[in-house]
Design a binder for this molecule. Structure first.
Ligand code: NDP
Length: 293
């Protein structure tokens, strides 16, 4: 039987550590603050924003949720970001993705003060990660994947890792983290133009799937004894579910799990880690901005 990596349990431990740090800061009169900006009414985004707001409050952080109408202009959103940049009670700023089409997301990310960029998407943080600068604020999802590996004693040094996906929010930073000194994996990044993907992923000791296609990786993609981290969150129709859909990963869990040494489920794997890392990043950012770190 493979080890089923329990993201909920690992995230709960990370959150407990973060709560302790917050208590320490509050004892010194400092309350970390996170602002989450949502433009429009995408139901999945609304659910993510609610969950971030709730987690902040549960941990004793200051949370500001700013909901703007779907037709918000770029300049208005830039004004909101500027106001949050200047607000000393806010140490982390996040604009929920995806924004409506009139918004230039990249310009918004660049407008966020890099010290408050708890998503780690600002070019200065991307560069800092690539340069292995410990001051980098690192994107939460790949950071959560690294924490899952660490917490489950899955060695990365010398391991062959294949990251499927090359997005700025998951695939690229994931590859950088795995190849960084200290993690020391030998990393291959695959994408939609990769020839014979299964032959590439079958070489891997560790497969990270960040594709966005339900059950895309099957038993033929994975070698015996591999570790599989499934980042994918995909809605598939399910008439038996009260919501009419259920969430599945990029990996066909039932087909792949019997071959694995360890695997993350969806839901309950990487997802809970992302929010836990967001909280940790906010507390780190707060520590730096207030000189308390
Ligand atoms: P993107 O759509 O930005 O990137 C998907 C990547 O997968 C691209 O690099 C794409 O290649 C690659 N890809 C697509 N089709 C194939 C294929 N047939 N073969 C090989 N590679 C392929 O997605 P994200 O990185 O934002 O997200 C990936 C998944 O992770 C989604 O399911 C998303 O919902 C989930 N996610 C989960 C999070 C969590 O908290 N657990 C957080 C963020 C995302 P190319 O570049 O060539 O197009």
């Amino acid at each position: 039987m493979p080890l089923i990596i329990d993201g909920k349990e690992t995230a709960a431990r990370c959150l407990a550590e973060t709560a302790q740090r917050i208590a320490g800061l509050r004892a010194r009169g400092i309350t970390p603050g996170l602002a989450v900006v949502l433009v429009g009414e995408n139901p999945a985004s609304q659910a993510y924003v609610r969950s971030k707001d709730r987690t902040c409050r549960e941990l004793g952080m200051h949370s500001r949720k700013i909901e703007l109408p779907a037709d918000t202009a770029q300049d208005r959103l830039l004004d909101v970001v500027a106001e949050l940049n200047a607000d000393p009670a806010i140490h982390g700023i996040l604009v929920q993705s995806p924004p409506p089409p009139q918004i230039d997301e990249s310009a918004i990310v660049k407008a966020i003060d890099p010290r408050k960029d708890v998503d780690g998407f600002h070019p200065l943080n991307v560069a800092a990660l690539a340069m292995e600068d410990p001051a980098a604020l690192v994107p939460c999802t790949p950071l959560g994947c690294m924490e899952l590996l660490r917490a489950h004693d899955i060695a990365t040094a010398g391991a062959r890792a294949v990251v499927v996906g090359r997005s700025l929010i998951v695939g690229k930073p994931m590859a950088l983290l795995l190849m960084a000194k200290g993690a020391d994996a030998t990393v291959t990044v695959a994408h939609s133009r990769t020839r014979d993907l299964a032959a590439v992923t079958r070489e891997a000791d560790i497969v990270i799937a960040a594709i966005g296609r339900p059950h895309f990786l099957g038993a033929g993609h994975i070698r015996e004894g591999a570790v599989v981290i499934d980042v994918g969150i995909n809605r598939v129709e399910d008439p038996a579910s009260p919501r009419g859909y259920r969430l599945v990963g990029d990996v066909d869990f039932d087909a792949v799990a019997p071959k694995c040494r360890a695997i993350t489920p969806v839901p309950g794997g990487v997802g809970p880690m992302t929010i836990a890392m967001l909280m940790a990043n906010t507390v780190r950012a707060c520590g730096r901005q207030t000189g308390a770190a």
